[in-house]
Design a protein around this ligand. Structure first.
Ligand SMILES: *[C@@H]1O[C@H](CO)[C@@H](O)[C@H](O)[C@H]1NC(C)=O
Ligand SMILES: *[C@@H]1O[C@H](CO)[C@@H](O)[C@H](O)[C@H]1NC(C)=O
Length: 562
């Protein structure tokens, strides 16, 4: 009797719950196509979509705690960076998550493959009709008007209740990545003519060369010694680093070192680095010349991401992190001079990418990004009525680098993107620095920015009329694109000394930077106007234009305990 009753009761509750995977919870929903995109019609049912499924990590909170534990100078575990397996154990989805998602996919006769070692990213290719069914979505064709490129996207998507808590994000779905936006964060090169190259301090007021940086920041010219200490330079959108240009650059600007000093190529997604002069990229050449040419003797890798994206129009941004994270030995520094607007990326996707940078930091990599070139307008200049944040500069687990110009004093560059994220709250390591700025600022800019957001940039470096050789000619370039590799080179040189002394590299920099603000040259003049307003003003202490300031090599070395 009682057995029968139980049986009946469970049958009833099953019936009440309804068939599996039929009750959907909306994950993202947009009222219309974002600015710059237009709907052109339905997406053909048979169009294949390579869906990336980001699973919730089993213990990101644990990873974040471990990251701060190994990155905060006052912690007993400072410098005890995690191994790949240790990091992956935090990032990996729970068994329950894997089982639920597998069951859901199996109900659609699908099997997904892991796209990274940690297994928190899966990939499965499905036709539009299947994606619509699985995600209770309506994929349509949208055109990015300026470029004419078309994309299958859906204004909303949902997940069955059984998997909703286990999935962090689906892509491509409702993120309308702006195909123009992952452009180098770099202004147009200035004409090369009439610039006389001369390393005397006065010329550095208007023209930046490696010698200027060495003199301004006290960067040593002596060769680093540690071959295990590397800097990875990210390359996207068919930007190629040219070896002949590097040789010419070294012959002109580093006559004290061998002009055959070069870099190593790593490729993914079908990337390459053709050496034809006409293919030389200003951004790639800048990034390579100001790492190889400034971090003297530090091995530099150019990581060229091709266009066979596995990450569904994230333009390789996710692919490069997964690629480098799956190496047993991560580079000690990664510098990236590409970015976009925070609003171009859904919050869920942005969070998941930001978690990957945290994982990198826990391994001992200093992750540096150009903050962006739109001042308070974000990644690049745009029309706006409120200040815009840049991505990934707003992610708290990386170091965002803004720009300055001039030498007495160094002054904020007007294009230096800085402000406050709308996605991430203020980070603990910066909370007193940010609140001091907000108090000092008073009611200026009130209502134009999110005062509870993570403030960026963290630091800055020279970024105007920085001399490079590209396609055989010499000229100056502007942008936070210049500043990130310059700051990265300083970190690479400090890491060399640390490793030579038997210590750990610096890893995730921000807790160390904010704990030692006086090791940076505070920049207190200039501002980043935009959106029809005055922008933020550089002032004593941290500010959202120049961060904590520019490098002082000797003081940074001392703060690193050397
Ligand atoms: C930011 O968004 C604006 C407006 O959609 C766009 O014109 C601009 O290219 C974007 N910039 C970046 C760097 O993402
Ligand atoms: C402001 O920033 C906070 C913290 O990141 C965020 O939760 C909130 O949604 C943001 N507000 C707006 C209007 O975007």
């Amino acid at each position: 009797m009682s057995a029968t009753a139980l049986f009946l009761a469970s049958l009833l509750s099953l019936a009440a719950a309804g068939p599996a995977f039929q009750n959907f919870v909306v994950q993202e929903s947009l009222s219309g196509a974002p600015q710059g995109f237009a709907k052109v019609g339905p997406a053909a049912d048979s169009t294949p979509i390579n869906l990336r499924i980001a699973l919730a990590s089993s213990n990101f909170a644990g990873l974040e705690k471990a990251l701060y534990d190994v990155s905060t100078p006052s912690s007993a575990n400072y410098g005890n960076h995690l191994s790949k397996d240790e990091v992956n154990a935090f990032l990996a989805p729970s068994d329950d998550a894997v089982a639920a998602v597998q069951a859901w996919l199996a109900s659609h006769d699908l099997v997904a493959t892991k796209s990274n070692g940690a297994g928190d990213w899966l990939s499965v290719t499905v036709p539009v009709s299947k994606a619509n069914e699985m995600l209770s979505a309506k994929y349509e064709t949208f055109e990015h008007v300026a470029s004419g490129k078309t994309y299958a996207r859906t204004l909303s998507y949902a997940l069955p209740v059984e998997v909703a808590d286990h999935v962090a994000a689906i892509h491509p779905a409702s993120t309308f990545n702006n195909p123009e936006s992952l452009r180098p964060v770099l202004s147009a090169p200035k004409p090369a003519s009439g610039i006389s190259i001369d390393a005397t301090p006065s010329s550095c007021a208007t023209t930046i060369t490696p010698a200027c940086l060495q003199s301004l920041y006290g960067i040593p010219t002596t060769k680093a010694t540690e071959s295990s200490n590397t800097i990875a330079v990210s390359g996207f959108i068919e930007q190629y680093a040219n070896k002949a240009d590097l040789t010419s650059f070294l012959k002109k600007f580093r006559t004290d070192i061998s002009s055959s000093t070069t870099f190593t190529l790593q490729t993914l997604d079908g990337g390459s680095d053709p050496q034809t002069a006409s293919k030389a990229g200003v951004e790639a050449n800048l990034d390579i010349q100001y790492t190889v040419g400034v971090a003297t003797g530090v091995p530099v890798f150019f990581v060229s991401v091709g266009e066979n994206f596995q990450d569904g129009d994230l333009e390789g941004f996710l692919d490069i992190v997964n690629f480098l994270s799956d190496e047993d030995d991560v580079p000690q520094v990664m510098t990236t001079s590409y970015g976009e607007n925070e609003t171009d990326m859904s919050k869920a996707l942005a969070f998941k990418l930001c978690e990957a940078y945290a994982a990198f930091g826990a391994r001992g990599t200093s992750v540096l990004f150009a903050s962006g070139d739109g001042g308070v307008e974000g990644g690049q200049a745009q029309s706006c009525t409120k200040y815009q944040a840049a991505f990934p500069a707003g992610c708290p687990f990386l170091t965002a680098v803004g720009s300055v110009h001039g030498i007495s004093p160094e002054t904020a560059s007007t294009f230096s993107s800085g402000g406050f994220s709308n996605y991430w709250g203020v980070a603990d390591y910066q909370s007193s620095a940010v609140s001091a700025f907000l108090t000092a600022q008073g009611t200026t800019n009130k209502g134009l920015f999110n005062a509870s957001g993570r403030g960026y940039p963290d630091v800055s470096a020279q970024g105007e009329n920085v001399q490079i050789v590209s396609g055989g000619s010499t000229g100056g370039v502007d942008g936070t694109s210049c500043s990130s590799p310059i700051f990265a080179s300083v970190i690479g040189l400090i890491n060399d000394k640390l490793i030579a002394a038997g210590n750990s590299p610096l890893g995730f920099l921000n807790p160390w930077l904010y704990a030692n603000p006086s090791m940076l040259n505070d920049v207190t003049t200039g501002s980043n106007p935009g959106c029809g307003a005055k922008g933020f003003t550089a002032r004593a202490g941290w500010d959202p234009v120049t961060g904590l300031g520019t490098p002082n090599y000797a003081k940074m070395l001392a703060a690193a305990g050397l």
